[in-house]
Design a protein around this ligand. Structure first.
Ligand SMILES: *Cc1c(COP(=O)(O)O)cnc(C)c1O
Length: 386
C-alpha cells in the first residue's frame, strides 16, 4: 500500500482508538422500548397485518416525512416492485437507474419484465449525473407522441429511478426538469435516505412515490420491512389494495379483483418500527455529529476526501464514505483488508450492476465515473453509537 493510503488508515485507526474488538460498519440500536411494544403487540394477538401497530407506524411515518401517505411493505424491494407497478411501467419498457446501487433497484425492474438501462453517477454526490443523462437522452432517443424511444433498442423509455446514495439526496428539481422534458415517471429509491432532506422537504416527496427500507443495516430497522411514500391518495389506496392480495374489503367474503401480492408488513415488525422511529431524530443527530468529526479528521489529508452532503441536502449520513483520489497508488482492496484484519470493518460500495452477470446485457451509457468510484469508495464505521 502506498504512503497516502497508510496515512489515511492510521488516521481512521486513531479516530476509533478507544474501541475494543470489532467495530462494525453499522449496527442497530434497541432498548426496552422495542421489547415493550413487541410484548404489547403479541399480547394483543394481532401479530399479522391487521391490528393497530401497522396503522400507527404508517401515521408516524407520515408525521415524520411530511408525505401525505405511507404504506408498509415486507421490505424495500417489494416497495420498489409495487411502486413500478403503480407507475404503470410495463413489460419491455426501459427504466433508467444508476449502475452504482444495491441490486434490489434493478431486480425490481426485472420483476415486472422491464429492462434496466444504466446511467452514470456524479463523483461529488454518487447520485445520478443529471447533465450526462440529459445529453444521453437527447442523442440516443426519439420522441413519438410525448413518449421517448431508445433508437438503438427500439424500446420505450418510461421511468427514471434516482437513488439517494448513502443518504445524500439527488438534486430532485434538476432531475424533475429532465423527467418532464422527456416524459418520464420518477420513482425514488429512498431506501437509504430516511431522515435525509432535499432542500426543505424530506426525501421521497419529489416524485410519484418513493421506496424506503427498514432492513437490519438501515438507519432504523424493523428486522425486515419497507414502505412506499406518496402524496397521491389514489396511488396510496391502490398500493394498500395490491399489497394485501387485492382483496375487496368485506368481513367474511373472499373476493379479489386483481392478481395481488402478500406484501404487507406484519404488526410485529411495525411495533418495532414505532419504537425505532421514536429514536430516529436522536440517531440522525448522532450520525451527523459523527460525520462532522470524520470530516474534520480527514480535512486536508492527501489522497482522500470525506464524502459530504451536497449543498441542497441535509443528509442522514447513513454510511460514512471515503473517496480516494484517482492516483495510480490507490489500493482500495489492501486498505480494506488491512482495516478488516484489525477489526475496523470497511468495505467497497457495490460492484456496479452492469458488471454483474444478471445485468451484463442491459443497455447503458458510458459508465466511467461509476467504474472509477467503485474502485475508490470505501464505507467506514457509521453506527449512531460511535
Ligand atoms: C436496502 C436497499 C434496498 C432494498 O431494501 P430491502 O429492504 O433489503 O429489500 C433497495 N435499494 C437500496 C439502494 C438499498 O440500499
Amino acid at each position: 500500500m502506498n504512503k497516502d493510503c497508510l496515512n489515511v488508515y492510521s488516521i481512521l485507526r486513531a479516530f476509533l482508538k478507544d474501541r475494543e474488538g470489532v467495530t462494525p460498519i453499522h449496527i442497530p440500536i434497541f432498548d426496552n422500548r422495542e421489547c415493550e411494544l413487541l410484548r404489547e403487540c403479541v399480547e394483543s394477538n394481532f401479530v399479522s397485518s391487521v391490528g393497530k401497530f401497522c396503522e400507527r407506524f404508517e401515521q408516524e411515518l407520515v408525521n415524520f416525512t411530511g408525505a401525505k401517505r405511507a404504506i408498509l411493505t415486507v421490505n424495500g424491494t417489494s416497495a420498489l416492485h409495487l411502486s413500478l407497478i403503480l407507475g404503470a411501467i410495463k413489460q419491455d419498457d426501459e427504466v433508467l437507474l444508476p449502475s452504482f446501487t444495491f441490486v434490489a433497484t434493478a431486480n425490481a425492474v426485472r420483476y415486472i419484465g422491464a429492462v434496466p438501462h444504466f446511467v452514470d453517477i456524479q463523483d461529488q454526490t454518487l447520485g445520478i449525473d443529471i447533465d450526462k443523462l440529459s445529453q444521453w437522452l437527447e442523442s440516443t432517443t426519439e420522441s413519438r407522441n410525448g413518449e421517448i424511444w431508445n433508437k438503438s433498442t427500439g424500446r420505450r423509455i418510461r421511468c427514471v429511478v434516482p437513488m439517494h446514495t448513502f443518504g445524500h439526496s439527488v438534486d430532485m428539481d434538476a432531475l424533475n426538469t429532465i423527467a418532464t422534458r422527456f416524459g418520464l415517471v420518477v420513482i425514488e429509491d429512498a431506501a437509504e435516505s430516511l431522515g435525509s432532506r432535499y432542500k426543505d422537504r424530506h426525501t421521497g416527496n419529489d416524485s410519484l412515490c418513493a421506496a424506503i427500507s427498514f432492513n437490519g443495516n438501515k438507519i432504523i430497522t424493523t428486522g425486515g420491512g419497507g414502505a412506499i411514500l406518496t402524496n397521491d391518495d389514489d396511488l396510496a389506496d391502490r398500493a394498500m389494495h395490491l399489497s394485501t392480495t387485492a382483496k375487496i374489503s368485506h368481513s367474511w367474503e373472499m373476493r379479489h379483483d386483481a392478481v395481488g401480492y402478500n406484501y404487507r408488513m406484519p404488526a410485529l415488525n411495525a411495533a418495532v418500527g414505532c419504537a425505532q422511529l421514536e429514536k430516529l431524530p436522536d440517531f440522525i443527530a448522532k450520525k451527523r455529529a459523527l460525520a462532522e468529526r470524520y470530516q474534520a479528521a480527514f480535512a486536508g489529508v492527501e489522497g482522500v476526501r470525506f464524502l459530504c452532503e451536497p449543498q441542497w441536502a441535509t443528509s442522514n449520513y447513513w454510511l460514512n464514505t471515503l473517496v480516494f483520489e484517482d492516483t495510480s497508488g490507490v489500493d482500495q482492496r489492501s486498505f480494506i483488508e488491512l482495516a478488516n484484519s484489525e477489526g475496523i470493518m470497511t468495505r467497497p460500495a457495490w460492484r456496479p450492476l452492469h458488471m454483474q452477470s444478471p445485468f451484463a446485457d442491459c443497455p447503458k451509457m458510458d459508465l466511467s465515473t461509476t467504474e472509477s468510484m467503485a474502485r475508490r469508495v470505501v464505507n467506514i464505521p457509521s453506527s449512531a453509537s460511535l
